[in-house]
Design a protein around this ligand. Structure first.
Ligand code: A3P
Length: 297
């Protein structure tokens, strides 16, 4: 299944045809969740792989064996991708860990009434845009990103593959008040205090760990450990699909890399679009204050 140049438009959103088919997307919307399922939700480049690793390690109480022997997509498959049914069908492990990039307005109905535990990972959209731009350069199943400026405009318009960051974040975080089984963890929180974030996630999953186990999780899901782990750094993916000469999946792993890419003008424009699109969103993001200081001096 190469289909590198195929784009599947589904409910008005483009998805890479290399990983998705109309059938796989349709099946995701009708997925019969089990109450024991753990669902990781994110817009791409928000720390999805990091959360997959955090959860794998928590469930194995800090033992890295699984994370170092089984690729992340086989441990926590993407619900909407074509191989998901086969991966889930071949395993009898409980709890199942599943990943998705689908927006809430599409996946919400399938989760209705389910007690599945949902973890939403968000990230400063400026850093998401930078990370996604670099990823487009190496991922041959995504369109050529053009210049950063062109790419940023598409990001702000919500016309990139996987749709609008704004709709995604508003859709999922908008459920926080009513969905008891939903936890929101920003990338920046994991970056600032990985130990604390792991404890928070483990307690949400009702899998409390002793201090040594938490420390082992921290060690094995640090950026440097993950960068060297071929089960998560995507070097297992052949060159024609991900061109590793054009970049690395585990690129920088930093908060605030946007400052190295945005011009003053791009930042001002981004801020104005953010303000208008996020109107009515009461959520305070941890990175907002810091960005304001950088924007207004
Ligand atoms: P950068 O491109 O900014 O480095 P996703 O898994 O959602 O596609 O997100 C990928 C981004 O998360 C990349 O960001 C990657 O480096 C970062 N990432 C993955 N694991 C990380 C870790 N352990 N610590 C910090 N960042 C991590």
């Amino acid at each position: 299944m190469a289909r590198l140049d195929v784009i599947e438009m589904f409910h008005g959103i483009d998805f890479p045809g290399h990983l998705h088919t109309q059938d796989s997307l349709q099946l995701a919307l009708k997925f019969p969740f089990q109450d024991t399922d753990i669902l990781i939700v994110s817009y791409p480049k928000s720390g999805t792989t990091w959360m997959q690793e955090v959860i794998s390690l928590i469930l194995s109480r800090g033992d890295p064996h699984l994370s170092q022997t089984v690729p992340n997509w086989a441990r926590a498959p993407w619900l909407e991708q074509h191989y998901c049914a086969a991966v889930l069908g071949a395993s009898s492990t409980t709890p199942r860990v599943i990943t998705t990039h689908l927006p809430h307005h599409l996946l919400g109905p399938a989760l209705q009434g389910s007690k599945a535990k949902v973890i939403y990972v968000s990230r400063n959209p400026k850093d998401v845009a930078v990370s996604f731009y670099h990823f487009h350069k190496m991922a041959n199943f995504l369109p050529d990103p053009g210049s950063f400026s062109e790419f940023l405009n598409q990001f702000l318009e919500g016309t990139l593959n996987y749709g609008s960051w704004f709709d995604h974040v508003k859709g999922w975080t908008g459920q926080l008040a009513t969905m008891k089984n939903l936890l929101h963890i920003p990338y920046e929180e994991m970056s600032l205090d990985l130990h604390g974030a792991i404890k928070k996630v483990s307690s949400f999953l009702q899998c409390s760990l002793v201090e040594d186990e938490v420390n082992n999780c921290v060690k094995h899901c640090s950026f440097s450990s993950m960068k060297d782990n071929k089960m998560v750094n995507y070097t297992l993916i052949e060159e024609k699909i991900m061109d590793h000469s054009k970049g690395t999946f585990m690129r920088k792993g930093k908060v605030g890399d946007w400052t190295n890419h945005f011009t003053e003008e791009q930042n001002q424009y981004f801020e104005s679009v953010f303000k208008s699109k996020m109107q009515g969103c009461t959520l305070e993001f941890v990175w907002e204050e810091r960005d304001k200081e950088k924007t207004h001096g």
